[in-house]
Design a protein around this ligand. Structure first.
Ligand code: SF4
Length: 186
């Protein structure tokens, strides 16, 4: 390499360094680590559907192309609680299924969230009967309730967005902090 080439190379490198410096100045952003983590967390929810009745079928349309839950970063549906952080309870919970629901909740990763979809999951719905749990919150901590029988996909999306706001603003969740398994051995 002759001296002219070397000079050209060094001036190109200097120019590249300067433009990287300029770019880093124009794109720099400041935030708190907590906020950055919350931003990532709210946009990468991994739902586990606990569909026991008709609401489970309605939930499928939320995942489909028309409503497309992927737009909210929550399309990676897992059927293992150990790979999920958002439990979507969709359907009637019988008393016999309640311990199973609790077991699944306990196996999920922290931080974890629960969305109760529809009247049955939220309050037992029209089943005022001895064999039906009168709301998932009788056994697990619920963060968001979506009303309806069944709720519309838009209502479910609204519930997901409410949960995302809750995560982004670090909303305290005393119902979760104070939760104890109703089946815990004394
Ligand atoms: S809330 Fe209505 S649609 Fe949903 S599981 Fe109950 S009966 Fe079915």
């Amino acid at each position: 390499m002759n001296s002219a080439d070397a000079t050209a190379d060094s001036s190109t490198t200097a120019l590249a360094t300067q433009s990287i410096d300029d770019m880093s100045r124009s794109y720099a952003l400041t935030t708190r680590l907590d906020d950055l983590v919350a931003w990532g967390r709210k946009n990468s929810l991994w739902p586990m559907p606990y569909g026991t009745a008709c609401c489970g079928i309605e939930l499928m349309s939320v995942m489909g192309p028309r409503y497309d839950l992927a737009r909210f970063g929550a399309e990676v549906v897992r059927f293992s609680p150990r790979q999920a952080d958002l439990l979507i309870v969709a359907g009637t919970i019988t008393e016999k299924m309640a311990p199973v629901l609790v077991r699944i909740y306990e196996q999920m990763l922290e931080p974890k969230y629960v969305l109760s979809m529809g009247a049955c999951a939220s309050s037992g719905g029209f089943y005022r009967a001895y064999h039906v749990l009168q709301g998932a919150d009788k056994v697990i901590p619920v963060d968001v309730y979506v009303p309806g029988c069944p709720p519309t996909p838009e209502a479910v999306l609204d519930g997901i967005m409410a949960l995302q706001r809750m995560i982004a603003t670090h909303q305290p969740r005393p119902w979760k902090d104070k939760w104890k398994s109703p089946y815990e051995q004394a």
